[in-house]
Design a protein around this ligand. Structure first.
Ligand code: ZN
Length: 402
C-alpha cells in the first residue's frame, strides 16, 4: 500500500483533474476519500487578499481563471462544506463571491475580481488536516489573459515537501514516471491518441509487472492525469532514495517513418540531432510550470556531486544497455542506434540512475496502433521489468543514496 501513500500525498499537492478511464485502474479507494471544509477565513493580509481554507482530509483541488467578469474559481473535488463561506467580500481586491456544487462531486468557490489578479495557492497536510492558502497577486491584462487561456495555474507544494517512507531493508525502490499529464498532453498521434495517456498506461503496466517481485517497491510520480514539473519528477526519485528512475514517453518526431523504441540517458552533449530535438521538446514541458519551478538551477557545481554524477551516469548507461538488449530479446522493434543521450532535465538527479524510454513514436501511424494494443504493452513492460531485475541483481538496495 506504499504506492497509494505516495499517490495520496501527490494527490493533495497538485492540481488534479479526474481522468475517469485511467484513474479507475487504481481502484479500491471509493468512499473513504471525502474531505470536509471545516473553516474558512479571508481578508487582507500584508496588503494582499488571502483566503485560508481548512479541511478534514485531503481535498483534490484546482484553480481556474474565468473571464467576463474576471473571476478566480477554486474547485474542490469530493469535498463537502461544513463551514460558512461568505457571499460578499469587501475591500479592494474582490467584489463578490459565489459558491455551490457545479457537479455532483465538485464544490466551487468563485471570487469576482475588482482588479486583475492571479491566484497563488499552496497546501499543507498534517495529521489528517489540510490547510489551503490562496493569495491574489496583482497582475497585468496580458498575463491575466495568458493564464485564462492556458488554465495551467498549479497549486504549489509548500516548501517543506512530504517525506516518502524509506524502503524496508533489502527492498529496492523503482520510481516510474509517466511523462506529461494534465495541461501538458505531450504528443498526439495521427488517430488522436494522447501521449500522456499512453505513458500512464505503460507505467501502470510496468508497475504491475515489477510488483510481482517481492524485493521491489514501485512508486509512480503520477497515477492519474495531472501536471508535474520536470524537476519535481526527479526530486521524487531523490526523496524516495530510488535505485532507478524510468521516465516513460511516446513522443512525436519530424520523421514520420521512424518507429520503434529508444532508450535515452543524460548527457551534456546530445548524441545526435534527433536526440537534441526530443530533449528540447521534452524540456519545454516546464512552460506549464509555475515560476518557482522554472527558476531552480538543476545542478550545483561541486566536486562531490560531480563524483556521484559520474558514478550515477555509468549505472544509467549500464541499465540502458541492458534494456536495449531486453527489447531485442523480446522482439520489441528498436530504432537505429537505439541507445542515445541528450540533456533531458527529467534525468538530472545526480544520485539516481535514470533513463527515459521512448516506447514508440506517436508520429508514426503504425507505432500509434501498437502503442494502443494491450498485448504489445504487456510484452514491452515485461521486457523492461526483466531488464530492471537483471540490473538490480548486480546492486544492493539504496547504494546510491548518501
Ligand atoms: Zn514525451
Amino acid at each position: 500500500m506504499r504506492i497509494s501513500l505516495l499517490a495520496a500525498m501527490l494527490f493533495a499537492l497538485f492540481v488534479a483533474l479526474p481522468s475517469p478511464s485511467l484513474a479507475a485502474s487504481e481502484g479500491g479507494d471509493e468512499g473513504g476519500r471525502d474531505a470536509v471544509l471545516t473553516a474558512f477565513e479571508q481578508g487582507i493580509r500584508n496588503g494582499r487578499f488571502e483566503a485560508t481554507l481548512t479541511f478534514r482530509g485531503e481535498p483534490r483541488s484546482r484553480l481556474l481563471i474565468l473571464r467576463n467578469p474576471d473571476r478566480v474559481a477554486l474547485d474542490l473535488l469530493d469535498t463537502v462544506s461544513a463551514a460558512a463561506v461568505p457571499s460578499t467580500a469587501d475591500g479592494a481586491a474582490v467584489t463578490e463571491m459565489r459558491q455551490g456544487l457545479v457537479a455532483p462531486d465538485r464544490f466551487r468557490i468563485v471570487w469576482t475580481l475588482k482588479r486583475l489578479a492571479l491566484p497563488v495557492a499552496e497546501t499543507k497536510t498534517a495529521d489528517g488536516r489540510t490547510v489551503l492558502t490562496l493569495r491574489l497577486e496583482r497582475t497585468d491584462p496580458i498575463a491575466f489573459a495568458k493564464a485564462a487561456g492556458s488554465q495551467s495555474i498549479g497549486i504549489q507544494t509548500a516548501r517543506e515537501t512530504p517525506i516518502i517512507e524509506p524502503a524496508a531493508p533489502g527492498i529496492f525502490t523503482i520510481v516510474v514516471d509517466p511523462g506529461h499529464g494534465g495541461v501538458d498532453t505531450g504528443a498526439k498521434g495521427p488517430a488522436g491518441t494522447l501521449e500522456k495517456e499512453i505513458n500512464l498506461a505503460f507505467a501502470l503496466s510496468l508497475r504491475d509487472a515489477l510488483a510481482k517481485d517481492s524485493h521491489v517497491r514501485v512508486l509512480l510520480t503520477r497515477d492519474d492525469d495531472r501536471f508535474i514539473p520536470l524537476t519535481e519528477r526527479s526530486e521524487i526519485a531523490r526523496r524516495a532514495k530510488a535505485d532507478l528512475f524510468i521516465s516513460m514517453h511516446a513522443d512525436s518526431i519530424r520523421y514520420r517513418d521512424i518507429r520503434g523504441a529508444t532508450v535515452y540517458t543524460l548527457s551534456e552533449k546530445a548524441s545526435d540531432s534527433l536526440s537534441l530535438e526530443i530533449a528540447d521538446s521534452e524540456n519545454a514541458a516546464d512552460r506549464f510550470a509555475g515560476s518557482e519551478w522554472r527558476q531552480g538551477k538543476p545542478e550545483v557545481f561541486d566536486i562531490l556531486v560531480d563524483l556521484t554524477r559520474r558514478e550515477t551516469d555509468s549505472f544509467s548507461e549500464h541499465f540502458a544497455a541492458g534494456l536495449v538488449d531486453a527489447f531485442s530479446e523480446h522482439k520489441i522493434r528498436l530504432i537505429k542506434n537505439p541507445k542515445r543521450s541528450a540533456g533531458f532535465r527529467v534525468l538530472m538527479a545526480p544520485d539516481v540512475p535514470s533513463v527515459l524510454v521512448e516506447i514508440g513514436y506517436l508520429s508514426n501511424a503504425d507505432d500509434e496502433k501498437l502503442l494502443l494494443q494491450s498485448k504489445w504493452r504487456d510484452d514491452t513492460t515485461s521486457a523492461i521489468s526483466r531488464a530492471v531485475l537483471a540490473f538490480l541483481s548486480t546492486r544492493s538496495p539504496g547504494t546510491m543514496s548518501p
